[in-house]
Ligand binder design. Structure first.
Ligand SMILES: [Cu+2]
Length: 622
């Protein structure tokens, strides 16, 4: 058995070397917004220790010949790998050299709320020219995380980087080489331009719109149905490869990012989705590998050939490469582009890069009509329904429920026959009477899921039909047992709502406007089962700050996997159990940057009464 040797060479073969000195004076590149100044470097260095200096500054950034403005930290995109140690405190001194406010949020780290880094929620933000010190007490966790701006749209411009917290004890994941693959996007377009284009018209960036002469496998009836609903089955991502160049560690797909290995080695790759708006399907063609951690925390190894990673999620994988070289492909979910890296046994070794696969189409399940259509082409609900609650599906739920779906009487045993090749006339996907009373009905809601299903078992849009094993949330089982096994004492239902055409996104129909809005309240140490119902046709990666929650995914109660971000599939729902044991105000939002900016955001308040004793929190049992 080989001993573990961690490497500080983290797969940025083309990036200029040289660590930025922790105590160095502000370098020239950091002083202003001069487009003629030194270019932002691609790839990242590593910073560590008890006191770490980070400097946020603007500069020119170019990828594969496309040049734009970037926001870099310590001169690179991504910014430096912040390498920390479980059980040790750290001070992070963040200087803002921009001409606007900035911030850093430590995504997935359990920290006191005043150091969580969300302007207006947990602290005032960092003014231009100021330095703010995040004083982190002894870290209560290990694993793969990341950091990013929580100010404006800076994250789109490059203000993000990886975090690794090394465990205090032995690492249950054995690996001979250890790399980060941080996925993101580059665009020369200003983020505010993207936002205004999104506001102007649905599908502006969707160059895969079907026409009467396209070759998508849709029947005339299906085309008519989509048209009547003013929706497009090709609306998979809001911003696509026509605008974005997808990046791995700051490098475009043609720039040759490589991870070196020696034959026989076990290689760990910490995949971080640090993008603003993109989901990726990650695979190593022809290779099986193991998923060993999700959102930083270890899970029982799951052997897969592909996984989808939502914005802000992380997965650690272990692979044993056998050949001369293997391509790692991170294809955007809509298949409009990819980020690429190579597992190389020697510098320059390459394997073929596969072509983009055909773009996926949304399905009946994505419209919130799972189980209501038995006629559409393959993969409508697909593998997503395996092992799920069939009593809630078509036959039981809709068939005999005698519920009226808008103007259409869905009752009776004839449901199967009626749905096959049925006319969609009278289907009402905007029947707001289906919503709970606390959801605000108005122009912010253009769809109500008619029959939302638990889609925990769904591998993600476009992956139900691929001919190999794809990860889904039901595969995730916590490696370490959870310590709070109480049955939740309360249930909470939150609806994800939107109006695609007007680019309005919200929780419960209420766009977030100010911290004075009514927050979502939890009592300290309360245990709540939260159900997120997605009334839109987009997948939303929902992130809760300051906590891990447990996915209700069918795993035994003590092994429900803990995550900080959960994808809620279109037209479906996801549930998690939360122990609200981190007092303070926390952000809770969709991690698609422009959705959050449009209002899919709320503050969660965990209030501890003065007489309530502190409970043991995550990581404090160690
Ligand atoms: Cu969203």
């Amino acid at each position: 058995m080989q001993t573990v040797t961690r490497r500080s060479f983290l797969g940025s073969s083309l990036a200029a070397g040289g660590m930025i000195g922790a105590a160095a004076a502000i370098p020239a590149w950091a002083r202003g917004a001069n487009m003629n100044g030194p270019a932002i470097r691609q790839g990242f260095d590593e910073v560590s220790g008890r006191s770490i200096d980070l400097n946020i500054a603007r500069g020119p950034f170019s990828v594969q010949g496309r040049r734009g403005m970037g926001v870099a930290v310590n001169g690179s995109v991504p910014g430096p790998l912040v390498r920390l140690k479980e059980g040790e405190p750290v001070n992070l001194n963040v200087t803002n050299s921009l001409d606007e406010d900035s911030s850093i949020h430590w995504h997935g780290l359990l920290v006191p709320f005043q150091f969580d880094g969300v302007p207006g929620v947990s602290f005032p933000g960092i003014k231009p020219g100021q330095t703010f010190t995040y004083e982190m007490p002894a870290l209560r966790q290990a694993g793969t995380y990341w950091w990013h701006s929580h100010s404006g749209l800076q994250e789109q411009a490059g203000h993000y980087g990886p975090i690794i917290v090394d465990p205090a004890g032995p690492d249950p994941v054995r690996a001979d080489a250890d790399y980060v693959m941080l996925l993101s996007e580059f665009t020369p377009m200003h983020p505010h331009t993207i936002m205004s284009k999104l506001k102007k018209g649905e599908g502006y960036f969707n160059y895969q719109q079907r026409t009467l002469t396209d070759d998508y496998p849709l029947s005339g009836e299906e085309r008519r149905m989509w048209a009547e609903m003013r929706m497009m089955p090709t609306d998979i991502l809001d911003v696509t490869g026509s605008t974005y160049t997808y990046l791995a560690n700051g490098h475009g797909p043609e720039e040759g990012l490589e991870y070196l290995f020696s034959r026989g080695q076990r290689v760990r790759i910490r995949v971080i989705n640090g993008s603003a708006m993109s989901f990726f399907n990650v695979r190593i063609p022809g290779m099986k590998f193991w998923v060993v951690a999700a959102d930083g925390l270890n899970v029982r190894p799951v052997e897969v050939e592909e996984f989808q990673i939502g914005t802000a999620e992380t997965y650690d994988i272990v692979v044993e490469p056998t050949g001369d070289a293997h391509t790692i492909v991170a294809e955007s979910m809509d298949r409009s582009g990819m980020a690429v890296a190579t597992l190389a046994s020697r510098p320059g070794a390459r394997a073929p890069v596969p072509a983009l696969r055909d773009p996926p189409l949304l399905t009946m399940a994505d419209m919130g009509m799972a189980g209501m259509d038995h006629s559409s082409h393959g993969g409508d609900t697909g593998g997503s329904m395996d092992g799920m609650d069939h009593s809630a599906m078509g036959h039981g739920g809709m068939g005999h429920g005698k519920r009226s779906a808008g103007g259409m009487d869905m009752g009776g045993e004839a449901i199967d026959g009626a749905m096959a090749g049925m006319s969609m006339d009278g289907m009402n996907m905007r029947d707001t009477s289906r919503l709970p009373a606390d959801v605000k009905v108005g122009p912010g809601i253009d769809m109500v899921a008619m029959n939302p299903q638990d889609r925990m078992g769904d591998p993600g849009i476009g992956l139900a039909d691929v001919p190999h094993k794809v990860l889904n949330y039901r595969d995730l089982v916590a490696l370490d047992p959870n310590d709070d096994l109480r049955t939740p004492s309360r249930r909470m239902e939150i609806h994800l709502t939107g109006n695609m055409e007007r680019y309005m996104w919200s929780f419960d129909g209420q766009k977030f406007s100010a911290v004075s809005d009514e927050p979502i309240r939890f009592a300290y140490n309360e245990r709540v089962r939260v159900k997120l119902v997605n009334n839109t046709m987009m997948a939303h990666p929902i992130h809760l700050h300051g906590h891990f929650f447990e996915l209700v995914n069918g795993a035994p109660a003590d092994r429900q996997p803990q995550k900080h971000t959960v994808i809620v599939q279109p037209g479906g729902f996801a549930q998690f159990d939360l122990t609200a044991d981190e007092p303070g105000d926390w952000a809770f939002h969709c991690h698609l940057l422009y959705h959050m900016h449009a209002g899919m955001f709320q503050v969660v308040t965990v209030a501890q009464r003065g007489d309530q004793p502190n409970v043991k929190r995550v990581g404090e049992s160690r």
